[in-house]
Ligand binder design. Structure first.
Ligand code: ADP
Ligand code: MG
Length: 703
C-alpha cells in the first residue's frame, strides 16, 4: 500500500494564504490588506511592517532562511535574488532574523542585466520590484533551502514596466473598468469589479535524463536540431489518453503533490498526442495568479523530472515530425458578484448582455488579430503555428454551430427568431434569438474557440509566459467594451440601441468567424480573400506592437506607453537573433565534433570492408554502394556546414536588431535546414552503433 496522501492538508501548505493572514494579523491590519487586495491602492508602511513580520515568522517556522522578490522579466521566465533575514548581531553577539515592511513592499535588485530594450539605458539604470499583494507569497524549497518568495512587479525608476506582470495588472484593471460599464447598463449595480480568469493547459515532453545529457542540442537549445524520424510516430494515436506508464505516473504524482503544496490546483493529467508528450491542467483562477502559477508549474515540472531521472522539455517543438507542445489559454470574464459574462445565463437580460459581450469580443479579435497573433509568438512557436498542426497562424474565432447560426440570422435579417438544438434560453426580445445552453461542439483546429462559457486561445506556446496573451486579450476587449459603452450610455432607447450595436458589430466583424478546418490549405486562401492577416513568424509579428493602432489602444488604457512598446519590440528582435544564433552554433558544434567524425570513421570501416571483401574474391558492390552513398551525403553535409559557418559569421556585421532578426530568420535558418537534411539522411544510412547520440526512437519511445 502506498502512503496515505491527504490532499486537503497539504494544499497550499507552502502558501501564505489569506486564511493564514487572518489567523496571524491583527484585525485592523488584516482588513487593510483585504481592502488593498480588492480595491487597489497602497498599504500603509505601518501595516506593511506588521504583515512583513507575520510573513517572516510563518516562513521561518517553516524553515525559511531567505526571502526574495520573485519577478518576471522579459526573458519570459522568473527571476529571484535571495536575501537572508539575517541582521546585525547585538552587543552580545546574538542575531535576530528580521524582515521589514519596506523590504516586503519594495526591492531594488541590481537588475541591469535583464533585457530592457533600451528603456533603462534611456532613463535610469536601476530597476525596482514592487509587491503584487493580490498574488500570495509562497515558500520554495530546494537544495538552497527554504526561500520565501514574494510575487512582485518589476519597473524602472520612472515606473516603466520592465516585466510581464506590470502590463498584465494594468490590463486587468482596464478590462474590469470597461466591463463594469457594460454590466451596469444591464442593471447590475452590485458588482464592483470584473475579473479576468485564466486556466492554462500545459503540454510537455519527458525524456530520459541520461539520453538528454548526450544531446548538445537538447542541452543548449531545448530542442533537437538533428534527428531522422523514428519508424513509428504518432500515427496509431495510441498515446493520446493512453494508460500512463509507471515511471510517468510516479512523476505525475510527485508533481501534483509539489504543486498542491504551492496552492496550484493541478487537476487534470493525461498523455498527449505525441509519444512522450503529456498535459497538466489546473483549475482556472484570477489572471495574474494564473500567470504566476503557470510559471511555478513549468519550473516544478523541470525540477521534479530531475528527481525521476528524466528531463522535462517545454519547448514548442522538441522533435520534428511529431506534434509540438502548446498551452491552451482558457479565458473568461466574471463579475465579483458571480456573473460570468461569457455564460449565456438564465434570464433574457443576461442573454442580451451575452450577445453584446460576444459581439464586442468578435470586434476586438477582428480589429486586433495581428496583436493577438503577436502575443502568442515566441521563437519556438514558429515551428508550430501554421505548420499543419496546432492552430494556423491566422487568427479566427470558432463559435460552434448554434452561435454561428444566431450570428448569421442577426446579420442577414437584423433578427434571429430561432435557435437550433433544444433546451432554449429566452431573450425576451423578439428580434434577438433564444439561446441554447451547452450547445458548444468542438473544433480542435481553431486558434480561438468559444467553449461554452469561456474562450480557449490555443496559439500560445508551451514554453512561453501566458502574461502577454492575457494582457492583449484584456486590452483589446477593454477597448471594444469602452466603445460600446460610449454609445449605449448615451442611448435614448437602450433596447433598440443594443440591438443595433450587436447587429452592427456582428455584420462588420463576421469575417473573423470560421468554423471549418483551420489546418486546410483552402482556409489560407479563404482567409486571404477575407483580408485576415496571416503573419507567418514571430519576427514578422513584432512590428504589430508599434503600429498607430496598437499604440493608441495600449496608451488609451495605460497598459503600455509608446516607449514601452518600442522597447519590447527591440527585446523580441534581440531574443530571436540570440536564440537562433545559439541553435546555429550548436549545430556547427555537433556536426563538426560529433557527427562528421563518427561518419568519417564509419566510411573507413566500410572502405576496409570493401577492400577485404574484394581481396577475398567476393562481390563488394553492396559495400561500395553504401560507401558511395555515405560519402556523397558526407560531402553535402560538409558543404552545408561551411555555408552555415559563413552566414553565421556574416551576421556580425548587421547592426539593426530588426534587420538582424530577419537575417537569422531568412538566411541562417535556411542554412540550418540545409545542414540538417544530409545529416538526417546519414543517420538513416549508417550503423546505429556509430551514431554519436540517442536517436528519436531512443528519446521518445524509451522513456
Ligand atoms: P476542455 O473544455 O478544454 O476540454 P476543461 O473544461 O477541463 O477542458 O477546461 C480546461 C481549462 O479551462 C481548465 O484549466 C479549466 O479550469 C479552465 N476553465 C474552465 N472554465 C473556465 C472559465 N470560465 N474561465 C477560464 N477558464 C476556465
Ligand atoms: Mg482544452
Amino acid at each position: 500500500m502506498s502512503e496515505l496522501l491527504n490532499v486537503e492538508d497539504i494544499f497550499a501548505s507552502k502558501v501564505f494564504t489569506l486564511g493564514k493572514m487572518k489567523e496571524r494579523l491583527p484585525k485592523g491590519v488584516f482588513k487593510e490588506v483585504k481592502k488593498v487586495m480588492e480595491q487597489g491602492g497602497e498599504l500603509s508602511l505601518a501595516a506593511a511592517d506588521v504583515v512583513a513580520k507575520a510573513m517572516k515568522d510563518w516562513a521561518v517556522e517553516n524553515g525559511a532562511t531567505h526571502y526574495t522578490h520573485w519577478f518576471q522579466p522579459l526573458t519570459g521566465i522568473t527571476a529571484e535574488k535571495h536575501d537572508a533575514f539575517v541582521t546585525h548581531p547585538d552587543a552580545e553577539g546574538r542575531m535576530l532574523m528580521e524582515f521589514s515592511g519596506k523590504e516586503l513592499i519594495k526591492g531594488e535588485p541590481d537588475a541591469s542585466s535583464f533585457p530592457s530594450g533600451g528603456l533603462r539605458a534611456t532613463f535610469e539604470a536601476r530597476g525596482y520590484t514592487a509587491w503584487d499583494i493580490t498574488s500570495p507569497a509562497f515558500l520554495k524549497e530546494d537544495a538552497t533551502g527554504v526561500i520565501l518568495c514574494i510575487p512582485t512587479a518589476f519597473c524602472s525608476y520612472k515606473g516603466e514596466a520592465l516585466d510581464k506582470k506590470t502590463p498584465l495588472l494594468r490590463s486587468m484593471e482596464a478590462v474590469s473598468q470597461q466591463a463594469l460599464r457594460i454590466v451596469r447598463l444591464f442593471g447590475n449595480t452590485e458588482a464592483t469589479k470584473v475579473v479576468a480568469s485564466v486556466g492554462p493547459e500545459q503540454e510537455y515532453f519527458l525524456v530520459d535524463r541520461q539520453k538528454y545529457l548526450q544531446r548538445k542540442d537538447l542541452i543548449f537549445a531545448g530542442r533537437t536540431l538533428f534527428g531522422a524520424p523514428a519508424p513509428k510516430g504518432q500515427e496509431l494515436e495510441d498515446h493520446y489518453f493512453g494508460t500512463i506508464r509507471e515511471r510517468i505516473g510516479a512523476y505525475m504524482k510527485d508533481l501534483n503533490v509539489e504543486l498542491w503544496k504551492l496552492g496550484v490546483t493541478a487537476k487534470t493529467q493525461h498523455n498527449e498526442v505525441a509519444p512522450a508528450q503529456h498535459e497538466l491542467a489546473p483549475i482556472y483562477e484570477t489572471a495574474n495568479i494564473a500567470v504566476d502559477h503557470n510559471q511555478l508549474v513549468m519550473e516544478t515540472m523541470k525540477k521534479v523530472a530531475g528527481r525521476h531521472g528524466m528531463t522535462c522539455l517545454l519547448h514548442e517543438k522538441p522533435f520534428a515530425g511529431v506534434n509540438g507542445s502548446g498551452k491552451h489559454n482558457n479565458w473568461s470574464l466574471g463579475t465579483d458578484n458571480g456573473v460570468n459574462l461569457l455564460d449565456p445565463g438564465d434570464t433574457p437580460n443576461e442573454n442580451i448582455q451575452f450577445l453584446l459581450v460576444l459581439a464586442c469580443i468578435l470586434k476586438a479579435v477582428d480589429t486586433h488579430a495581428d496583436l493577438l497573433r503577436q502575443s502568442a509568438s515566441d521563437v519556438g512557436n514558429d515551428h508550430r503555428l501554421g505548420a499543419n498542426e496546432a492552430p494556423p497562424a491566422i487568427i479566427s474565432v470558432f463559435l460552434g454551430e448554434q452561435l454561428e447560426d444566431v450570428v448569421k440570422q442577426l446579420v442577414e435579417t437584423g433578427q434571429a427568431e430561432h435557435s437550433i438544438q433544444g433546451g432554449k434560453l429566452m431573450t425576451g426580445v423578439s428580434t434577438l434569438p433564444d439561446l441554447v445552453k451547452d450547445a458548444t461542439d468542438r473544433n480542435r483546429t481553431s486558434p480561438f474557440a468559444f467553449t461554452g462559457n469561456k474562450f480557449e486561445f490555443r496559439m500560445v506556446g508551451s514554453a512561453d509566459s501566458i502574461a502577454s496573451p492575457n494582457t492583449t486579450l484584456n486590452a483589446i476587449v477593454a477597448e471594444a467594451f469602452c466603445e460600446a459603452a460610449d454609445v449605449l450610455e448615451k442611448a435614448e432607447n437602450f433596447d433598440a440601441a443594443v440591438h443595433d450595436l450587436i447587429k452592427e458589430y456582428l455584420t462588420e466583424h463576421q469575417r473573423i468567424i470560421f468554423n471549418g478546418n483551420g489546418y486546410a490549405e483552402e482556409w489560407v486562401k479563404e482567409a486571404e480573400r477575407r483580408g485576415l492577416p496571416n503573419i507567418k513568424s514571430m519576427v514578422e509579428a513584432v512590428e504589430t506592437l508599434t503600429t498607430d493602432k496598437a499604440i493608441a489602444l495600449f496608451e488609451k488604457f495605460g497598459i503600455f506607453t509608446k516607449a514601452e512598446l518600442e522597447s519590447r519590440a527591440e527585446v523580441l528582435y534581440e531574443t530571436y537573433s540570440k536564440t537562433i544564433n545559439i541553435e546555429a552554433l550548436t549545430m556547427l558544434d555537433m556536426a563538426k565534433k560529433e557527427i562528421l567524425p563518427a561518419v568519417i570513421r564509419y566510411t573507413k570501416t566500410v572502405a576496409d570492408t570493401v577492400l577485404a571483401v574484394k581481396e577475398a574474391g567476393a562481390d563488394a558492390s553492396v559495400q561500395e554502394d553504401l560507401l558511395k552513398a555515405v560519402s556523397g551525403k558526407l560531402a553535402e553535409a560538409r558543404a552545408a556546414l561551411l555555408k552555415l559557418e559563413e552566414v553565421e559569421n556574416a551576421a556580425g556585421s548587421i547592426e539593426s536588431q530588426k534587420e538582424l532578426a530577419f537575417y537569422y530568420k531568412d538566411v541562417v535558418r535556411k542554412a540550418m535546414d540545409e545542414l540538417r537534411a544530409p545529416v538526417d539522411a546519414l543517420e538513416m544510412l549508417v550503423d546505429k552503433k556509430v551514431w554519436p547520440f540517442p536517436t528519436y526512437g531512443d528519446l521518445i519511445f524509451e522513456v
